[in-house]
Design a binder for this molecule. Structure first.
Ligand code: ADP
Ligand code: MG
Length: 360
């Protein structure tokens, strides 16, 4: 009979485990940047400055004016599952910050050369530390001069230790296009925060929004301004506001802006969706709106839609893996039909008052 030797089972080297996990979370430069932006917002920043080299593959540098990181925490900040945002599993139910798993910085440190410069309000100076593979580099934490409170994260040579990943990416301009998309979406949703995006070596900046410090109904003209900055004044003047007041039974509310049928520049639907402050995908919502607009807009005309959806955290599955951007929530079908109805009312409303094109 054939002899088959059983191989011994051995645990994987922890460094390898961490690098595999990191590769799952950080697949392209924009994944890293999204996590870093969310951290800036979690830290209460009102100004976020982003500088990019080679589509983020060479450099992602992001500076904020948020709360900063305590010197004592710099030792462990890049270890996996270290966070200031979650203590118990129960907290998951009411979490309102973006990150909660303490994995982003750890992951980034496993696939790049990572430097953190940070200053808290009380600290007389800033501190600088470099990391690789989740650990503080040998030269430790060094004091350095800094004028004001905040954090700067510098990510260099992304995927330097993974040539397969590095080579699979097409190149700087494709990666920058995704980076621009992510920054612009966060800039719309967080119109109260001033965003600045620039490619190092280019003469002009790519994006700059004013910020207004407080996100409120009174300040929604700033939201429209940001859309105007990104897509042009022609689009801005065709925006319509749609809202659904908090529904006690379905436990959700919605605010959206969409372009009306006079705006015909878009080749495909642009759907910017935030649920509970996270940029996410939800195919069922997207599909329902696509079908609806098909009935009301002229052929091959597509809307821009920004949607801010708030769902009771109890009804939303937030314990999703960072790579899964598709979300699920309770009462999904009912909520979607309420949303659809509110859009349809607006489309009908505008079609009677402003001679919309309606298909029969
Ligand atoms: P998470 O956001 O899930 O907590 P991260 O790895 O993204 O995990 O960040 C780890 C911790 O580092 C955060 O909990 C926070 O305390 C701190 N941190 C990261 N970025 C910033 C920042 N820009 N400003 C202030 N603190 C930060
Ligand atoms: Mg985070």
């Amino acid at each position: 009979s054939l002899e088959i030797a059983s191989k011994r089972i051995k645990p994987l080297d922890p460094q390898l485990v961490n690098r595999i996990a990191a590769g799952e979370i950080i697949q392209r430069p924009f994944n890293a940047l999204k996590e870093l932006i969310e951290n800036c917002l979690d830290a209460g920043s009102t100004s976020i400055n982003i500088q990019i080299k080679e589509g983020g593959l060479k450099l992602i540098q992001i500076s904020d004016n948020g709360c900063g990181i305590n010197k004592e925490d710099l030792k462990i900040v890049c270890e996996r599952f270290t966070t200031s945002k979650l203590k118990e599993f129960e907290d998951l139910k009411s979490i309102n910050t973006f990150g909660f798993r303490g994995e982003a910085l750890a992951s980034i440190s496993h696939v790049s050369r990572l430097t953190i410069i940070t200053k808290t309000q009380d600290s007389p100076c800033a501190f600088k530390a470099m990391y690789s593979d989740g650990k503080l580099a040998k030269d430790g934490i060094k004091p350095c001069a800094a004028a004001s409170r905040g954090t700067q994260i510098i990510v260099e040579d992304l995927f330097y230790n993974s040539s397969i990943r590095r080579n699979a990416l097409k190149g700087g301009s494709d990666e920058f296009a995704k980076i621009y998309e992510v920054v612009s979406r966060y800039a719309i949703h967080n119109y109260h925060v001033g965003f600045y995006l620039k490619r190092i070596g280019e003469s002009s900046m790519d994006l700059k929004t004013p910020g207004c410090s407080i996100r409120s109904v009174e300040n929604e003209n700033y939201l429209q301004d940001v859309i105007g900055i990104l897509y042009g004044a022609d689009m801005k003047k065709e925006l319509e506001r749609i809202s659904v007041e908090y529904d006690d039974r379905l436990k959700f509310e919605m605010l959206a802006y969409m372009t009306n049928s006079r705006y015909t520049q878009l080749k495909q639907l642009t759907f910017v969706l935030f649920i509970n402050e996270r940029l996410v995908d939800c195919q069922p919502i997207k599909k329902s709106l696509q079908n609806l607009f098909q009935m009301y807009l002229p052929k091959s005309t597509n809307p821009f839609i920004y949607m801010n959806l708030k769902i009771d955290p109890k009804n939303l599955d937030v314990n999703i893996h960072p790579t899964k951007h598709e979300v699920r929530f309770l009462y999904q079908d009912e909520i979607i039909s309420r949303i659809e109805k509110s859009f349809e009312e607006k489309l009908l409303d505008s079609s009677t008052s402003r001679s919309y094109y309606v298909k029969n």
